[in-house]
Design a protein around this ligand. Structure first.
Ligand code: SAM
Length: 237
């Protein structure tokens, strides 16, 4: 991967950045995404935020090497605190992390969200935590995508405030938050593969708990059994 050729995952993320956007890429690491977005004329300006020194230095070096110092500000800091004001960016990407960390970054940085930006979030796991947070905070999910690259499955969630339509209408809420309302309606091959793998994994854990007879794991077994039922039912539709 480099700034000319992104991974399929980040390339798909880039397609949701509005044209001419001021992009903030949080947890930017090498700053590949903001460099690509500015170089390709998708974003007009960008902020690359990074909390860890090593990746921050990689981002600084990459922006310099690409000659984009005038268009991309690389800032060191935790999550959305790198934004100087709420609304400084009108597109925010947070990619390649777990859903619970992405949710924490959004929640802790709430005061830096004006409500006018587009959020483009790419969790590696735990997308349900983000969907629940978006619902709670009044963000509308406007698109979702699931893709496979190098044997790994990724989801992309796009959200904005004040968008019409309710993608959860007519769906079992719990299934839709867990699996994604758009993805659940579409049920493409990657989606089916992801949930079949998850079911195999969960059934194995349930079996292990049953064999161990460990009373303390009973609650976990019951919760997994319930989730298995929800997912099995959703996949039959
Ligand atoms: N976004 C890139 C991508 O999708 O390829 C890099 C993903 S990398 C696995 C996650 C990056 O997020 C790491 O460089 C890590 O240091 C950074 N990170 C983790 N928590 C962060 C936070 N709270 N604020 C800013 N950056 C964070």
């Amino acid at each position: 991967m480099n700034v000319d050729k992104l991974s399929k995952r980040l390339e798909r993320v880039s397609t949701y950045i509005p044209s001419g956007a001021i992009l903030a890429d949080i947890g930017s690491d090498h700053a590949y995404l903001p460099c690509y977005a500015v170089k390709e004329g998708i974003a007009s300006k960008a902020i690359a935020g990074e909390v860890v020194e090593g990746p921050y230095q990689s981002a600084v070096a990459q922006v310099k090497e690409t000659g984009l110092e005038e268009h991309i500000a690389v800032r060191k800091g935790n999550g959305l605190e790198v934004l100087l004001t709420a609304g400084e960016a009108n597109a925010i990407t947070i990619c390649g992390m777990g859903g619970s960390l992405i949710t924490r970054i959004l929640n802790e940085g709430k005061e830096k969200l004006s409500g006018k930006e587009r959020l483009i979030l790419q969790p590696n796991i735990g997308a349900q935590f983000i969907r629940a947070w978006l619902l709670e905070e009044g963000w509308e999910l406007t698109a979702e995508e699931i893709l496979e690259e190098d044997g790994k499955i990724y989801e992309i969630l796009v959200a904005q405030k004040g968008e019409p339509g309710n993608p959860y209408a007519g769906l079992n809420d719990e299934a839709a938050i867990l699996m994604g309302p758009f993805l659940l309606k579409e049920q493409n091959e990657v989606f089916k593969k992801k949930w079949k793998q998850e079911l195999i994994h969960w059934r194995r854990i349930v079996q292990q708990v049953e064999e161990s007879g460990n009373e303390r794991s009973l609650e976990k077994k019951e919760e997994l059994t319930r989730l298995i039922e929800i997912v099995e039912e959703a996949l039959q539709k």
